[in-house]
Design a protein around this ligand. Structure first.
Ligand SMILES: Cc1cc2nc3c(=O)[nH]c(=O)nc-3n(C[C@H](O)[C@H](O)[C@H](O)COP(=O)(O)O)c2cc1C
Length: 352
C-alpha cells in the first residue's frame, strides 16, 4: 500500500539515521520500570522490539528521568545509574536487531511532583511557585518547589549532559530533550512559572536561556544531528494556557534553536489540524520560521500525516495512542487493514 501513503511510508535520512519510513513513535510514559531502581525489564525490551520489528521508522522512548529529583510519578525509568544504562542497553540491542532506530527522551518534571515521590527533597523549579493540580498516580497536591540557585541550574544542566552521555553508552541513536508540556524546561520558558530576575528570567528570549544551555550540553554528548527538542504551548498542569503572541513566541524559539544548531524540532500539540493563528496550524506557523526537520504530532491519522509531509509542513509524523493500540501499526498501513481504536482501559494497563 505504498501507493496510498507514498510519502509517509518511504525511507528518510537524517544525519546517520536511515529511517525505514517517516512514522515516528511519540514519547509515551508507561510506568513499567522498577520503582526503586528505575531499571527497565524484559517486558519493556519486548514492547519496543515489537514496534521496531513492525517497521516503525523512529522510536522515541517514554520520558526517562535524568535524576531522582526529576521524578514525577511512580515506576519511571532513569538514565543516571549503571544498572539503568544496562537495562536500556537490552532495549537498544533488541531494536537494532530489528534494524530500528531508537532515541531516549530526557525528562525532568521540575515542580510537577511531590517530595515523597522525588527523593524526599522539595521539587526544583525556576521560582518557588506551586503548580495547581495533583501528582500523577499519587493524588497528593503538587509541593511548593524550591527556587533553583545558579548552582542548582549548573548541576541540573550537568545531569542532562550525563544522561545524554549515558544514553549513547546504552546504545541509543540519539536523544530528545523534553522541553514541552509544562515540565522543568517549559517552566523556565513560561512567564507563569518563571519570575526570576537573573539571566534565566525576564522576557522570553532570556527565559529560554536554560533550554539553550541544556541543548548545548546535551548536543555535545549526543551530537548535533542526533538531538531533538520537543516544545509546546500545551501545559499538562494548565490546559487553558495560551501564548499571548504565538508568532513571536515561535520565532523566538526557532531563532534559539538555530543559534544552538539543532536540526530536528518536535512541536507538540493535542490536535494537529487545529488553527493556531490566521488560518494556520501550529506546525504551519513553525514551518514559516524553520527550514530543517519538523516532527508533526497530535491526533494524527495516516491520511493527515501523508498530506502534511507531501505539503512539506512536516518531515516525520509521530503517532502516540495509535501505536499503543496497534503494535502492528505499520504492517496494517502497508496492507490497508483497519486500525484498532485506542482505549485507555485496555491499552494502558499492560505493555503489549
Ligand atoms: C500514555 C501517554 C503517555 C505520554 N507520555 C509522554 C511523555 O513521556 N513525554 C512526552 O513528551 N509526551 C508524552 N505523551 C504525549 C504523546 O507523546 C503525544 O504527544 C500525544 O499522545 C498526542 O499524540 P496522539 O494523539 O497520536 O496520541 C504521552 C501520551 C500518552 C497517551
Amino acid at each position: 500500500m505504498e501507493d496510498i501513503y507514498p510519502n509517509l511510508l518511504s525511507p528518510f535520512r537524517i544525519g546517520n539515521w536511515k529511517l525505514k519510513n517517516k512514522i515516528t513513535m511519540a514519547p509515551m510514559t508507561r510506568g513499567f520500570a522498577d520503582d526503586k531502581t528505575g531499571v527497565v525489564g524484559d517486558d519493556v525490551v519486548e514492547y519496543y522490539r515489537k514496534r521496531a520489528a513492525d517497521g516503525v521508522g523512529l522510536i522515541i522512548t517514554e520520558g526517562i528521568i535524568i535524576s531522582p529529583r526529576a521524578k514525577g510519578t511512580f515506576n519511571l525509568s532513569g538514565l543516571y545509574t549503571n544498572e539503568q544504562v544496562k537495562g536500556w542497553r537490552k532495549v537498544t540491542d533488541a531494536v537494532h536487531e530489528e534494524y530500528g532506530t531508537i532515541i531516549a527522551q530526557l525528562w525532568h518534571v521540575g515542580r510537577l511532583t511531590h517530595h515523597e515521590v522525588a527523593a524526599g527533597l522539595p521539587p526544583q523549579a525556576p521560582s518557588a511557585i506551586r503548580a495547581i493540580g495533583h501528582v500523577h498516580r499519587y493524588g497528593k497536591p503538587f509541593d511548593r518547589p524550591e527556587e533553583m540557585t545558579e548552582e542548582d541550574i549548573k548541576e541540573t544542566i550537568k545531569q542532562y549532559a550525563t544522561a545524554a552521555h549515558n544514553a549513547m553508552q546504552a546504545g541509543f541513536d540519539g536523544v530528545e530533550v523534553h522541553g514541552a508540556h509544562g515540565y522543568l524546561i517549559d517552566q523556565f520558558n513560561s512567564e507563569v512559572s518563571n519570575h526570576r530576575t537573573d539571566e534565566y528570567g525576564g522576557h522570553l528570549a532570556k527565559r529560554i536561556t536554560f533550554m539553550k544551555e541544556v541543548l548545548q550540553a546535551v548536543m555535545s554528548e549526543a551530537g548535533d544531528n542526533n538531538t531533538i527538542i520537543r516544545f509546546s504551548e500545551l501545559k499538562d498542569d494548565a490546559p487553558q494556557y495560551k501564548w499571548r503572541d504565538p508568532e513571536t513566541t515561535i520565532q523566538t524559539f526557532t531563532e534559539a534553536f538555530k543559534e544552538v544548531g539543532i536540526k530536528i524540532i518536535h512541536p507538540s500539540v493535542h490536535q494537529f489540524d487545529k488553527v493556531l493563528l490566521r488560518g494556520q496550524t501550529f506546525h504551519e506557523v513553525v514551518r514559516k520560521h524553520w527550514d530543517s526537520n519538523i516532527i508533526g504530532v497530535g491526533n494524527l491519522n495516516p491520511e493527515m500525516a501523508e498530506t502534511a509531509i507531501q505539503n512539506n509542513v512536516i518531515n516525520l509524523a509521530a503517532f502516540g495512542r495509535p501505536l499503543l493500540a496497534n503494535p502492528d501499526f505499520v504492517t496494517k498501513l502497508e496492507r490497508g487493514k483497519p486500525l484498532e481504536i485506542y482505549d485507555s482501559q485496555k491499552h494502558l494497563i499492560k505493555l503489549t
